[in-house]
Design a protein around this ligand. Structure first.
Ligand SMILES: Nc1ncnc2c1ncn2[C@@H]1O[C@H](COP(=O)(O)OP(=O)(O)O)[C@@H](O)[C@H]1O
Ligand SMILES: [Mg+2]
Length: 232
Protein backbone atom coordinates (compact mmCIF):
# COMPACT_ATOMS: atom_id res chain seq x y z
CA UNK A 1 0.00 0.00 0.00
CA UNK A 2 1.75 3.13 -1.20
CA UNK A 3 -0.27 6.03 0.11
CA UNK A 4 -3.45 7.21 1.74
CA UNK A 5 -5.38 7.38 -1.56
CA UNK A 6 -4.54 3.80 -2.42
CA UNK A 7 -5.56 2.65 1.05
CA UNK A 8 -8.84 4.54 0.76
CA UNK A 9 -9.51 2.99 -2.64
CA UNK A 10 -8.71 -0.46 -1.25
CA UNK A 11 -11.05 0.03 1.72
CA UNK A 12 -13.81 1.26 -0.58
CA UNK A 13 -13.46 -1.85 -2.73
CA UNK A 14 -13.56 -4.02 0.37
CA UNK A 15 -16.68 -2.28 1.66
CA UNK A 16 -18.31 -2.65 -1.76
CA UNK A 17 -17.47 -6.39 -1.81
CA UNK A 18 -19.02 -6.73 1.66
CA UNK A 19 -22.23 -4.96 0.71
CA UNK A 20 -22.47 -6.81 -2.59
CA UNK A 21 -22.24 -10.14 -0.74
CA UNK A 22 -25.06 -9.11 1.60
CA UNK A 23 -27.19 -8.34 -1.41
CA UNK A 24 -26.21 -11.56 -3.25
CA UNK A 25 -27.03 -13.75 -0.25
CA UNK A 26 -30.41 -12.03 -0.07
CA UNK A 27 -31.09 -12.54 -3.80
CA UNK A 28 -30.03 -16.20 -3.72
CA UNK A 29 -32.53 -17.04 -0.97
CA UNK A 30 -35.53 -17.01 -3.26
CA UNK A 31 -34.28 -19.37 -6.05
CA UNK A 32 -32.71 -21.66 -3.43
CA UNK A 33 -35.97 -22.05 -1.57
CA UNK A 34 -37.73 -22.78 -4.88
CA UNK A 35 -35.17 -25.54 -5.57
CA UNK A 36 -35.66 -27.02 -2.12
CA UNK A 37 -39.47 -27.04 -2.38
CA UNK A 38 -39.46 -28.43 -5.93
CA UNK A 39 -37.02 -31.16 -4.97
CA UNK A 40 -39.42 -32.36 -2.26
CA UNK A 41 -42.29 -32.21 -4.75
CA UNK A 42 -40.30 -34.31 -7.25
CA UNK A 43 -39.70 -37.01 -4.62
CA UNK A 44 -43.39 -37.06 -3.65
CA UNK A 45 -44.46 -37.15 -7.32
CA UNK A 46 -42.08 -40.02 -8.11
CA UNK A 47 -43.32 -42.00 -5.09
CA UNK A 48 -46.84 -41.66 -6.53
CA UNK A 49 -45.56 -42.59 -9.99
CA UNK A 50 -46.61 -39.16 -11.27
CA UNK A 51 -43.82 -38.54 -13.78
CA UNK A 52 -45.54 -35.58 -15.45
CA UNK A 53 -45.58 -33.57 -12.20
CA UNK A 54 -41.98 -34.58 -11.51
CA UNK A 55 -40.94 -33.17 -14.90
CA UNK A 56 -42.87 -29.96 -14.22
CA UNK A 57 -41.04 -29.42 -10.91
CA UNK A 58 -37.72 -30.31 -12.49
CA UNK A 59 -38.30 -27.55 -15.09
CA UNK A 60 -38.89 -25.10 -12.22
CA UNK A 61 -35.57 -26.14 -10.70
CA UNK A 62 -33.92 -25.52 -14.08
CA UNK A 63 -35.32 -21.94 -14.11
CA UNK A 64 -34.18 -21.29 -10.52
CA UNK A 65 -30.68 -22.54 -11.41
CA UNK A 66 -30.60 -20.17 -14.40
CA UNK A 67 -31.55 -17.34 -12.05
CA UNK A 68 -28.71 -18.28 -9.67
CA UNK A 69 -26.29 -18.30 -12.59
CA UNK A 70 -27.45 -14.87 -13.68
CA UNK A 71 -27.06 -13.49 -10.11
CA UNK A 72 -23.53 -14.88 -9.96
CA UNK A 73 -22.64 -13.45 -13.38
CA UNK A 74 -23.89 -9.98 -12.56
CA UNK A 75 -22.00 -10.07 -9.25
CA UNK A 76 -18.80 -10.99 -11.04
CA UNK A 77 -19.35 -8.13 -13.45
CA UNK A 78 -19.87 -5.73 -10.51
CA UNK A 79 -16.77 -6.74 -8.61
CA UNK A 80 -14.35 -7.04 -11.51
CA UNK A 81 -12.90 -3.95 -13.13
CA UNK A 82 -15.54 -3.04 -15.67
CA UNK A 83 -13.56 -1.16 -18.29
CA UNK A 84 -12.89 -4.38 -20.24
CA UNK A 85 -16.61 -5.06 -20.43
CA UNK A 86 -17.63 -1.70 -21.88
CA UNK A 87 -18.98 -2.31 -25.37
CA UNK A 88 -21.35 -0.70 -27.84
CA UNK A 89 -24.85 -1.73 -26.78
CA UNK A 90 -28.12 -1.31 -28.68
CA UNK A 91 -30.51 0.46 -26.30
CA UNK A 92 -33.63 -1.16 -27.76
CA UNK A 93 -32.17 -4.64 -27.24
CA UNK A 94 -31.15 -3.73 -23.71
CA UNK A 95 -34.70 -2.62 -22.88
CA UNK A 96 -36.22 -5.75 -24.49
CA UNK A 97 -33.97 -8.04 -22.45
CA UNK A 98 -34.73 -6.11 -19.26
CA UNK A 99 -38.48 -6.36 -19.83
CA UNK A 100 -38.16 -10.09 -20.49
CA UNK A 101 -36.49 -10.44 -17.10
CA UNK A 102 -39.21 -8.52 -15.27
CA UNK A 103 -42.36 -9.46 -17.22
CA UNK A 104 -43.51 -12.35 -15.03
CA UNK A 105 -43.17 -10.35 -11.83
CA UNK A 106 -44.96 -7.33 -13.33
CA UNK A 107 -47.83 -9.38 -14.75
CA UNK A 108 -48.21 -11.50 -11.60
CA UNK A 109 -48.99 -8.31 -9.68
CA UNK A 110 -51.48 -7.03 -12.29
CA UNK A 111 -49.34 -4.01 -13.04
CA UNK A 112 -49.78 -2.23 -16.37
CA UNK A 113 -46.52 -1.33 -18.02
CA UNK A 114 -45.78 0.85 -20.98
CA UNK A 115 -42.67 1.75 -22.94
CA UNK A 116 -41.76 5.06 -24.50
CA UNK A 117 -38.67 3.95 -26.32
CA UNK A 118 -38.03 5.32 -29.84
CA UNK A 119 -36.89 2.51 -32.14
CA UNK A 120 -34.05 4.46 -33.76
CA UNK A 121 -31.86 4.98 -30.69
CA UNK A 122 -28.10 5.09 -31.12
CA UNK A 123 -25.90 2.48 -29.48
CA UNK A 124 -24.30 3.46 -26.15
CA UNK A 125 -20.94 2.49 -24.69
CA UNK A 126 -21.66 0.65 -21.46
CA UNK A 127 -21.46 -2.55 -19.48
CA UNK A 128 -24.76 -4.08 -20.60
CA UNK A 129 -25.07 -6.53 -17.67
CA UNK A 130 -24.67 -3.69 -15.18
CA UNK A 131 -27.08 -1.29 -16.87
CA UNK A 132 -29.66 -4.07 -17.14
CA UNK A 133 -29.12 -4.75 -13.44
CA UNK A 134 -29.82 -1.06 -12.67
CA UNK A 135 -33.05 -1.08 -14.70
CA UNK A 136 -34.19 -4.35 -13.08
CA UNK A 137 -33.49 -2.93 -9.60
CA UNK A 138 -35.50 0.21 -10.40
CA UNK A 139 -38.41 -1.80 -11.82
CA UNK A 140 -38.44 -4.21 -8.86
CA UNK A 141 -38.44 -1.24 -6.46
CA UNK A 142 -41.38 0.24 -8.36
CA UNK A 143 -43.23 -3.08 -8.13
CA UNK A 144 -42.68 -3.11 -4.34
CA UNK A 145 -43.72 0.53 -4.00
CA UNK A 146 -47.06 0.17 -5.81
CA UNK A 147 -48.09 -3.40 -5.01
CA UNK A 148 -50.64 -2.25 -2.43
CA UNK A 149 -52.00 0.67 -4.49
CA UNK A 150 -55.24 0.62 -6.41
CA UNK A 151 -53.67 2.29 -9.45
CA UNK A 152 -50.71 0.18 -10.56
CA UNK A 153 -48.58 1.15 -13.52
CA UNK A 154 -44.95 1.46 -14.50
CA UNK A 155 -43.68 3.52 -17.43
CA UNK A 156 -40.22 3.14 -18.91
CA UNK A 157 -38.99 6.06 -20.99
CA UNK A 158 -35.78 6.44 -22.93
CA UNK A 159 -34.70 9.72 -24.47
CA UNK A 160 -31.54 10.54 -26.37
CA UNK A 161 -29.97 13.90 -27.19
CA UNK A 162 -26.58 14.71 -28.74
CA UNK A 163 -24.62 13.94 -25.59
CA UNK A 164 -26.47 11.41 -23.49
CA UNK A 165 -29.17 8.80 -23.13
CA UNK A 166 -31.67 9.36 -20.32
CA UNK A 167 -33.55 6.39 -18.86
CA UNK A 168 -36.58 7.00 -16.63
CA UNK A 169 -38.66 4.50 -14.67
CA UNK A 170 -41.88 6.13 -13.46
CA UNK A 171 -44.44 4.39 -11.26
CA UNK A 172 -47.95 5.17 -10.05
CA UNK A 173 -46.70 5.78 -6.51
CA UNK A 174 -45.32 8.91 -4.92
CA UNK A 175 -42.42 9.66 -2.59
CA UNK A 176 -41.42 12.32 -0.06
CA UNK A 177 -38.46 14.60 -0.59
CA UNK A 178 -36.64 13.14 2.42
CA UNK A 179 -37.01 9.54 1.20
CA UNK A 180 -35.85 10.44 -2.29
CA UNK A 181 -32.51 11.62 -0.86
CA UNK A 182 -32.02 8.88 1.74
CA UNK A 183 -32.84 6.07 -0.66
CA UNK A 184 -29.33 5.99 -2.19
CA UNK A 185 -27.60 5.45 1.18
CA UNK A 186 -26.26 1.91 1.72
CA UNK A 187 -28.53 -0.23 3.96
CA UNK A 188 -31.41 2.27 3.86
CA UNK A 189 -34.58 0.24 3.47
CA UNK A 190 -38.20 0.66 4.51
CA UNK A 191 -38.98 -3.01 3.74
CA UNK A 192 -37.77 -4.56 7.00
CA UNK A 193 -36.59 -8.16 6.60
CA UNK A 194 -37.62 -8.17 2.94
CA UNK A 195 -35.14 -5.44 1.98
CA UNK A 196 -31.37 -5.02 1.98
CA UNK A 197 -31.14 -1.31 1.22
CA UNK A 198 -28.32 -2.06 -1.15
CA UNK A 199 -30.10 -1.99 -4.52
CA UNK A 200 -30.07 1.77 -5.11
CA UNK A 201 -26.65 2.24 -3.57
CA UNK A 202 -25.36 -0.28 -6.13
CA UNK A 203 -27.27 1.44 -8.94
CA UNK A 204 -25.58 4.73 -7.99
CA UNK A 205 -22.14 3.08 -7.97
CA UNK A 206 -22.77 1.50 -11.39
CA UNK A 207 -24.05 4.73 -12.96
CA UNK A 208 -21.21 6.77 -11.47
CA UNK A 209 -18.83 4.12 -12.80
CA UNK A 210 -20.24 5.04 -16.22
CA UNK A 211 -19.66 8.76 -15.50
CA UNK A 212 -23.43 9.19 -15.38
CA UNK A 213 -25.91 10.42 -12.81
CA UNK A 214 -28.93 8.94 -11.07
CA UNK A 215 -31.65 10.75 -9.16
CA UNK A 216 -35.18 10.41 -7.88
CA UNK A 217 -37.68 13.09 -8.91
CA UNK A 218 -41.41 13.52 -9.18
CA UNK A 219 -43.20 13.70 -12.53
CA UNK A 220 -46.85 14.79 -12.12
CA UNK A 221 -46.45 13.77 -8.47
CA UNK A 222 -45.35 10.23 -9.42
CA UNK A 223 -42.02 8.69 -8.44
CA UNK A 224 -39.53 8.90 -11.30
CA UNK A 225 -36.09 7.31 -11.14
CA UNK A 226 -33.87 8.84 -13.78
CA UNK A 227 -30.34 8.07 -14.88
CA UNK A 228 -28.19 9.25 -17.72
CA UNK A 229 -25.30 7.73 -19.63
CA UNK A 230 -23.04 9.71 -21.96
CA UNK A 231 -23.16 8.59 -25.59
CA UNK A 232 -19.40 8.05 -25.86
N1 LIG B 1 -39.97 3.50 -6.75
C1 LIG B 1 -39.91 3.75 -5.43
N2 LIG B 1 -40.97 4.32 -4.79
C2 LIG B 1 -40.92 4.58 -3.47
N3 LIG B 1 -39.86 4.29 -2.68
C3 LIG B 1 -38.80 3.71 -3.25
C4 LIG B 1 -38.75 3.42 -4.65
N4 LIG B 1 -37.54 2.86 -4.92
C5 LIG B 1 -36.88 2.81 -3.75
N5 LIG B 1 -37.62 3.32 -2.74
C6 LIG B 1 -37.21 3.43 -1.32
O1 LIG B 1 -35.80 3.32 -1.24
C7 LIG B 1 -35.44 2.29 -0.33
C8 LIG B 1 -34.10 1.68 -0.74
O2 LIG B 1 -34.22 0.94 -1.96
P1 LIG B 1 -33.13 -0.17 -2.28
O3 LIG B 1 -31.78 0.43 -2.11
O4 LIG B 1 -33.44 -0.75 -3.61
O5 LIG B 1 -33.30 -1.22 -1.13
P2 LIG B 1 -34.50 -2.26 -0.83
O6 LIG B 1 -35.28 -2.41 -2.11
O7 LIG B 1 -33.80 -3.52 -0.42
O8 LIG B 1 -35.30 -1.64 0.28
C9 LIG B 1 -36.62 1.34 -0.34
O9 LIG B 1 -36.69 0.57 0.83
C10 LIG B 1 -37.79 2.32 -0.48
O10 LIG B 1 -38.12 2.87 0.78
MG1 LIG C 1 -34.45 -2.60 -4.06
Amino acid sequence: MKNFDELTEYLEKLAMAGLVSVSVVHELKSPLSIISICNEQILTSLEKGDNISAIKFSKKIEKALAEILSIINSTKSLLQGDSNQIVGVLVNELIDETINNCKIKIENQNIKYSLEVPDNLMAIECNATQIKQVLINLIFNSIDAISALEEKWIKIKVYQNEVETIFTVIDSGSISNADSIKMFEPMYTTKGEAGTGIGLWLCKKIIEGHSGQIKCTLIDNHTAMEFSIKLT
